[in-house]
Design a protein around this ligand. Structure first.
Ligand code: CMP
Length: 143
């Protein structure tokens, strides 16, 4: 069982696609263990995207992710990290195949609707960055 972090980015919230995106996660069988709507501070954005610091798109990415609220959550399930990335599709919406979230709803590389952790190490780091331990809920799902 794995946990992974997702962010419905500002473009996803602006376009009222949050429900559609989370529906896809739940339909696949992933379960929510944390969820919140929030505005991202510059400090949090810079920590989250630290690996991209210095790249030409970094400042634009920080401006984008801090502009209006995001919905951020944690999903749990078998192979949750790769399953989520499969549902998302590749970074560039223009190249993402139909059937994926980015392939169905976007054409942009930056405004690509959703973020998902790319490895177990990233997931652990990102979950700790965005959530306190008490915000991660353990509960049973009815059959
Ligand atoms: P994400 O999965 O959140 O991880 C890094 C983000 O940087 C990526 O999604 C895009 O939003 C953005 N990104 C990656 N490459 C580029 C690029 N070449 N130009 C603009 N934004 C980019």
């Amino acid at each position: 069982m794995q946990r992974t972090l997702f962010i419905c980015k500002p473009d996803c919230v602006q376009r009222r696609l949050v429900g559609e995106v989370i529906r896809r996660f739940e339909s696949k069988g992933l379960r929510l263990v944390a969820l919140k709507l929030m505005t991202v501070s510059r400090a949090l954005a810079e920590k989250h995207y630290a690996e991209h610091a210095g790249k030409p798109f970094f400042e634009g990415l920080i401006q984008f992710i801090t502009a209006t609220p995001v919905v951020v959550g944690v999903l749990e399930g078998n192979e949750a990290i790769s399953v989520l990335r499969g549902l998302m599709g590749p970074t560039n919406g223009a190249a993402a195949p139909p059937g994926t979230i980015r392939g169905d709803f976007g054409l942009s590389r930056q405004n690509n609707l959703i973020h998902g952790s790319d490895s177990a190490e990233s997931a652990a780091r990102e979950i700790a960055l965005w959530f306190t331990p008490t915000e991660l809920l353990d509960y049973q799902l009815a059959d």
